[in-house]
Design a protein around this ligand. Structure first.
Ligand code: T5A
Ligand code: NA
Length: 211
């Protein structure tokens, strides 16, 4: 049996990741493609609850500690992600280690560089497709809802966008397929469907997930 594919959505806060992730999952499900939808942070686990409390400003965490908790929250899901993919299910994830690295590095902590932030993520399954929903922090902010969680501030989001751009020059950034997320919902969805369908159709039967 052909393995499932690993597809990831990335981008700034309010770039439309969750909306588009849900649309793609319903579209593929209707077409009969076996898919599973996940998100990081996964706030349902004990580690995820610690992350949630931090994001909502109820607790403080040292910068490296919260970085490692976000990373641990991905590692704890790996056995289940691998089991799904080996069972032929395509796993579609809302945010992954790319966010993990850039949001931590955006804090400008001198001992938490983009390259330091990558180390705990080494060895996580690497996506077959990473859809980067590109929008300026200014346009994303117009969509409303900022100000409720810790990182939802224009200045930090501007640094996050710059770091995603810096990441493009690294090996990780070579994964990005950039989608103009400033278009209408339908235009964005249609661009995503094209990339996702060619990824799913690509024959990789004997090729294991990359690391
Ligand atoms: N984080 C995350 C880390 O620091 N380290 C990590 O390792 C990880 C994984 C929470 C925070 O955690 C940080 C990053 C985040 O700051 P989250 O739970 O993914 O991460 O964040 P959420 O608040 O759930 O989601 P986002 O803010 O990222 O929003 P989305 O999912 O990008 O956007 P979405 O789809 O909810 O859309 C936002 C609004 O825009 C509208 C939607 O209807 C909605 O109202 N919209 C559009 N409007 C016009 N045109 C379009 N094309 C539109 N698309 C969406
Ligand atoms: Na979201």
């Amino acid at each position: 049996m052909a393995r499932g594919k690993l597809i990831v959505f990335e981008g700034l806060d309010r770039s439309g990741k969750s909306t588009q992730c849900e649309r793609l999952v319903s579209y593929l499900t209707e077409k009969g493609v076996p898919v599973k939808h996940r998100r990081f942070p996964d706030r349902t686990t004990p580690i995820g609850q610690m992350i949630n409390n931090y994001l909502q400003g109820q607790t403080e965490q040292e910068d490296h500690v919260i970085h490692l908790l976000f990373s641990a929250n991905r590692w704890e899901a790996v056995p289940s992600i691998e089991a799904d993919i080996n069972a032929g299910i395509t796993v579609i994830i809302d945010r992954y280690y790319y966010s993990g690295c850039v949001y931590s590095a955006a804090k400008n902590n001198p001992s938490l560089s983009l390259s330091w932030s990558r180390h705990p993520e080494e060895g996580l399954p690497r996506p077959d497709l990473c859809l980067f929903l590109d929008i300026s922090a200014e346009d994303a902010a117009k969509r409303g809802g900022w100000g409720e969680e810790r990182y939802e501030k224009q200045e930090l989001q501007d640094r996050v966008r710059q770091l995603f751009a810096d990441m493009r020059a690294t090996d990780d950034g070579s994964d990005f397929v950039t989608i103009n997320a400033g278009q209408s919902l339908e235009e964005v969805a249609s661009a995503i469907r094209q990339h996702a369908e060619s990824c799913i159709e690509a024959k990789l039967d004997s090729s294991p997930l990359r690391r």
